[in-house]
Design a protein around this ligand. Structure first.
Ligand code: ADE
Ligand code: ZN
Length: 329
């Protein structure tokens, strides 16, 4: 079995960030909009650093303006994921981009996305679940509206709540209400932290937002007491090594802390974050990790099992995914 065809689980994928550039260009053409400035001469997304990346992301996302656009986007993204062997994916969705946080519009977007997910499950064998995600730099008030959308639609498809965007803006406690609201609605909790800020921000996130998973979390490696704490509490890291390297957090794969974190007993999983922005795929992530850390099939099986245990879907869905993993074990 090739690396590409091996079954994989992915817990950290931004739906808009996974949009193939050709898909976004096609949509812009249909709407007679000029967003050419966000692409380089080869047609790839072009940005200078993380903060510019966030701006380019929002420009690309600005052409996605209807439930039908999101239905097509979801199919395009799942087709690419399924081609990389992904059998289960959790994607971040933001009511900010899907209907401007209006509950009724959000329901329409969700229905279209779920419709595409059902089609992909039937035709490509990939299961999708959603994590509703406020954008940190849009502020706490918008996050509260987003949390209300999440709480109203929590269920089999909407299974989690997270936070993305500029980690340097405000503090975790500023989003307390939103996270409490989502938790009370039964949603699984994750939060981006430890990507652009260090161990103290991870500690504050754990204390205030009480996530079972952390998006990235890699800068925990700067404080070994925190690494031990993560290992002891079983907090799961959604690590996206290719994203971190593309954004300049680490100079190369061998210097990425995922090897040490895994070695020290932290539960790590591997994801692509925003794959076309970072010129990566799940197969490439696995391939580079095997190369950099001598990881064998046993480690990749562990990554899959950790992801399955940490997934926010219901027990019935987990049992179905577990069955698909069995032949590979
Ligand atoms: N939104 C999309 N990708 C992101 C990342 N890597 N960090 C924070 N917010 C994001
Ligand atoms: Zn992310």
């Amino acid at each position: 079995m090739t690396l590409r065809s091996q079954p994989k689980l992915e817990l950290h994928l931004h739906l808009e960030g996974a949009a193939p550039p050709a898909f976004i260009r096609g949509l812009a053409r249909e709407k007679h909009e000029d967003i050419g400035g966000i692409f380089d001469e080869r047609g790839h997304y072009s940005y200078t650093d993380f903060w510019h990346f966030l701006k380019v992301y929002e420009v690309a996302t600005s052409v996605l303006r209807s439930p039908e656009d999101y239905r097509r986007l979801t199919l395009a993204v799942l087709e690419e994921s399924a081609a990389q062997g992904v059998i289960y994916s959790e994607t971040f969705l933001s009511p900010d981009f899907c209907g401007g946080r209006d509950l009724s519009a959000w329901r329409d977007y969700l229905a279209a996305i779920e419709d595409a997910a059902r089609e992909a499950e039937a035709t490509m064998g990939i299961t999708l679940r959603a994590i509703v995600t406020p954008i940190r730099h849009f502020g706490p008030e918008k996050a509260r509206e987003t949390a209300r959308c999440a709480a109203e639609t929590a269920g089999r498809f909407v299974t989690g709540f997270g936070i993305a965007g500029d980690e340097k803006v405000l503090e975790p406690k500023d989003y307390l209400w939103s996270f409490d609201c989502a938790r009370e609605a039964g949603l699984g909790i994750t939060a981006h932290a430890g990507e652009w800020r260090g161990p103290d921000h991870i500690r504050a996130t754990l204390r205030d937002l009480k996530p079972s998973r952390i998006g990235h979390g890699v800068r925990a490696i700067e404080d070994l007491a925190l690494v031990d704490e993560l290992a002891e509490t079983g907090t799961v890291l959604e690590v996206c090594p290719g994203s971190n390297i593309a954004l300049g957090l680490y100079p190369d794969w061998r210097k990425h802390p995922i090897g040490q974190l895994h070695h020290r007993g932290v539960k790590v999983t591997v994801s692509t974050d925003d794959p076309p922005f970072f010129h990566t795929t799940m197969t490439r992530e696995w391939d580079r990790l095997a190369d950099a850390f001598d990881w064998d099939q046993g480690v990749f099986d562990t990554l899959n099992r950790t992801a399955l245990d940490a997934a926010f879907c219901d027990a019935e869905t987990k049992a179905e995914i577990a069955k698909k993993l069995e032949p590979a074990r």
